[in-house]
Design a protein around this ligand. Structure first.
Ligand code: BMA
Length: 842
């Protein structure tokens, strides 16, 4: 049996069977009843601001902004400059209230709880005018005992305090020393001291997002009553025991037991698909009680493992867990269970100092390819599971296998992880701390502890989650002194860092979930950071851990600019969303690249200039007398630039998978920044707000393809590497064609013999000095020709056709304006995305 926590009585010792049978017999057999009854308070509430000048009906789950919008009291908050016009909403203190009647007889019930799955963020909760609790962490679940206050007819009230004023207050109270950064860069037009409040950090603004510090009840709220016990949490994690060659499933059930004496019971766990059925006798002790169960999966069946997208099926098995508790109480859990293992390998590499940093899934090293996820909206009540599915399916369609849920946003809703399990998307899960130092006073730490326990228990049964990570960039922020803290104070901040991410968060992860790795930060040097006391001198070292890499100034077509690192968990370039997306939140006067709207939406200092400068390296910048055409062309060009930059960079990382050059390489991960957008603005995303694909996303579909030939030049020699994420070797032919820009017919073409494209490898396939290649292809010059190449194996198997430019496109000779005719076919796609109707224009 798995050891459980220390409690006053020996809860987990099996009762002698006879005694148990007696207890069960006393419980009027056959009359099974639920152990608790509950109902949701979701739906219609009353909302007003503190002085009562604004009063309206509001939906729960929801927030003040959404309620005001639904009642037409404000315009679309994303329209033009409304983020600034509506800052008053977040500065006011709002009150949510509701009257409700209890639909059951509670007079004889031992315990009645009020459970908030999520309150955003600082509120005092009153029931019938008595304070029953306070909230200050939007990531925590709050359970308040209301047994004494509940009546037949009730009034519930939440008195919110503005998150902005709360954060300022907390910062002021922290008088001993400052906790930077105080405020975001003015270009972000955001609010200050977000690090003092446990709330979505980017809701005070980010370099791609607006400031909308929402207030509201953002998740379900319900009342639950019980006489005997209540199942608060239920988790399960599989492990493979190689010595026994069997899968075990560790199940943990967390109960609140209100019976005055210990309760006997029985648990039946059944996985019919694996012919596994086990019965356990249990005893529940009064108070908080955790029941650990260890299930041995039947060894005579074959367990199909869960694989990431591109590596196999996402097989899951239906599991039923039934608790029968003395007194005839019954709790049943129906879930899907998936089996997979994950290891993070940090081991020496021949020919390179440092350590590797890669993931093995089910024992197989896997190249991590994908992107970084940010909140899909400033107003979470607008994020439906249909929208999540649309965005996540786009990640899969672009051949991604991993997303990193970035630490400046939120722990995503359950549907997000369910869909990732189903689609085979692996999740690098940050804890929600980003780009800042944080306080560690006891109240703050206690709040974080509760948050971390809650989130681990909520998420750890998902196979998609493969790693926990303490924060975004806070190790780097300290090591590189981003916030100019005096060196004499470094130890204070270092101590705070270790307190939070090591002594608290890491300790909790180790206690709650031994099935996944934990890193304290991203980027980090992993084992090397630990050896250096958790804050490495150089967290971006290419010989250890992961790196984040941004360089907007250098020419992005030059692969030498990029780090030959072990794992690149962030890198990117900005672009603008398409005109059709911007049009919805702007008016005609905004439609120029230097309009005040265009400047307002850009939250990254000098971002608009950087995009044009980068584009100018290789493209002709738009010139048109029609300002609207000029604007549209410029938006488009930024997308072309971004796509080509990230293609070059990603291809460099993928081809660096197996080699060590000058002591660097073995790159095993490429997650570009960023997948999605929070609103309609310039950003690093490949999906626009609402899900429209930017040029980059189409490119990603190719550059993340499981089979890909990658071309590049090194010292005037043209090379092609073959990259494969497939599990077996394939014999394939490489066809290299050279085209003149002026014709669709190649000027020369060469096909190799069958070559072996090795499983899970990146290896050289072809090389030719540039002078020879140009010579053998007629009249080619670098300016007049372009190279394309493709891997084929006959039949279905082939790679996308890739290409290599021989000069900047602005210097290309012979390019003509294409005459393209588009036929528009409108197809109705019914029910593909959860029954909603979408239209697809082809
Ligand atoms: C990284 C991220 C984000 C940011 C992005 C672009 O640092 O972690 O904080 O939005 O770069 O600047």
């Amino acid at each position: 049996m798995v050891p459980g926590p220390q409690t006053s009585c020996q809860c987990f010792l099996l009762l002698p069977l006879l005694l148990l049978l007696l207890l069960l017999a006393a419980a009027s057999p056959g009359q099974s009843r639920p152990s608790s009854v509950g109902f949701s308070l979701a739906g219609s509430w009353l909302l007003r601001n503190r002085d009562g000048s604004v009063a309206l009906e509001a939906r729960v789950p929801g927030c003040v902004h959404s309620a005001l919008l639904q009642h037409g009291l404000i315009q679309d908050p994303y329209y033009r400059f409304n983020d600034l016009n509506y800052s008053w909403i977040s500065l006011d203190n709002w009150i949510y209230s509701k009257e409700f009647r209890i639909p059951f007889d509670f007079s004889k019930v031992r315990k009645v709880n009020l459970i908030f799955e999520g309150v955003d963020t600082v509120a005092e909760v009153l029931l019938n005018n008595v304070t029953v609790g306070k909230t200050d962490n939007m990531f925590n679940r709050y359970t308040f005992d209301i047994t004494k206050e509940i009546r037949e007819l009730n009034t519930i009230k939440l008195l919110f305090q503005s998150a902005v004023s709360y954060a300022a207050q907390q910062s002021k109270a922290h008088a001993e020393y400052r906790i930077p950064p105080e405020c975001p860069d003015p270009v972000q037009k955001g609010e200050c001291h977000v690090n003092f409040i446990r709330k979505e950090q980017c809701s005070f603004s980010w370099d791609w997002g607006p400031s909308f510090p929402t207030q509201g009840i953002w998740k379900d709220v319900r009342i639950v009553s019980y006489d005997i016990c209540h199942l608060d949490d239920f988790t399960f994690t599989p492990t493979y025991v190689s010595s026994a060659r069997e899968w075990n499933l560790k199940i943990e059930a967390y109960f609140d037991v209100v019976s005055s004496k210990p309760l006997g019971g029985q648990v039946t766990v059944s996985i019919p698909g694996l012919q596994t059925h086990q019965i356990y006798d249990i005893e529940l002790c009064p108070g908080q009680s955790m029941i650990p169960l260890l299930l041995n999966v039947n060894k005579n069946t074959t367990v199909e493992t869960w694989w990431p997208n591109g590596h196999g099926n996402q097989t899951g098995y239906n599991m039923t867990v039934t608790f029968e508790v003395e007194g005839g109480y019954h709790i049943e859990k129906l879930t899907k269970v998936y089996f997979r293992t994950v290891e993070l390998i940090e081991a020496p590499i021949a020919g390179s100092s440092g350590l590797s940093f890669y993931f093995k899934i089910n024992g197989l090293p896997i190249f991590i390819k994908g992107s970084n996820w940010i909140p899909a909206d400033s107003f979470q009540d607008r994020v439906t599971s249909d929208l999540l599915r649309l965005l996540l399916q786009s990640a899969v369609d672009a051949n991604m296998n991993t997303l990193r849920v970035w630490g400046g946003g939120i722990y995503e809703q359950d549907a997000f992880y369910d869909i990732c399990d189903e689609l085979g998307l692996m999740i690098w899960q940050d804890f929600m701390f980003a780009c800042a130092l944080y306080p560690t006073d006891q109240a703050f730490v206690n709040s974080v502890r509760a948050e971390v326990v809650h989130q681990i228990r909520r998420l750890k049964s998902h196979p998609s989650v493969i790693i926990w990570s303490g924060n975004n960039e806070n190790e780097a922020a300290l090591a590189e002194n981003w916030f100019f803290v005096p060196p004499s104070k470094f130890q204070i901040y270092a101590r705070d860092y270790v307190t939070l991410y090591v002594k608290n968060i890491r300790e909790i992860v180790l206690a709650e979930d031994q099935t996944r790795p934990y890193v304290a930060s991203s980027p980090t040097n992993g084992a090397e950071s630990i050896a250096e006391g958790w804050i490495s001198r150089k967290p971006h070292d290419t010989h250890f851990g992961d790196v984040h890499f941004y360089d907007y100034g250098s020419d992005c077509w030059n692969w030498r600019v990029f780090p030959k690192a072990r794992f690149v968990s962030e890198y990117g370039y900005q672009s603008w969303p398409s005109f059709s997306t911007l049009e919805k939140v702007s008016s005609a006067e905004d439609w120029s690249y230097n309009s005040s709207f265009s400047l307002h939406r850009q939250h990254h200092k000098d971002g608009n200039t950087e995009m044009l400068d980068q584009a100018d390296n290789h493209f002709k910048l738009p010139q048109n007398s029609d300002p609207l055409v000029m604007f549209k062309d410029t938006l488009y060009l930024t997308q072309v630039m971004q796509a080509q930059c990230i293609k070059t960079e990603t291809e460099f990382y993928r081809r660096s998978q197996n080699e060590i050059v000058h002591g660097q390489g073995h790159t095993m991960g490429a997650l570009y920044w960023q997948l999605n957008d929070i609103w309609q603005a310039p950003s690093w995303s490949s999906l626009e707000y609402g899900g429209k694909w930017k040029m980059l996303h189409y490119f990603a579909q190719h550059f993340f393809s499981p089979l890909l030939p990658i071309g590049f030049e090194d010292d005037d020699v043209f090379h092609i590497y073959g990259v494969s994420d497939l599990h077996v070797d394939y014999k394939m032919m490489l066809t290299v064609r050279v085209y003149q820009w002026s014709s669709l017919e190649p000027v020369c073409s060469r096909q190799t013999e069958y070559l072996v494209v090795k499983a899970s490898q990146a290896a050289p396939l072809y090389k030719e000095p540039m002078v020879e290649l140009l010579k053998r292809c007629g009249q080619c010059t670098r300016q007049s020709c372009v190279i394309s190449f493709v891997l084929t194996a006959g039949g279905e198997l082939s790679s996308p056709t890739n290409y290599h430019f021989l000069s900047s496109l602005k210097d290309a000779v012979g390019l003509e304006k294409a005459q393209i005719t588009v036929f528009l076919v409108v197809v109705s796609l019914l029910a593909k995305y959860g029954g909603s109707q979408r239209q697809l224009c082809v």
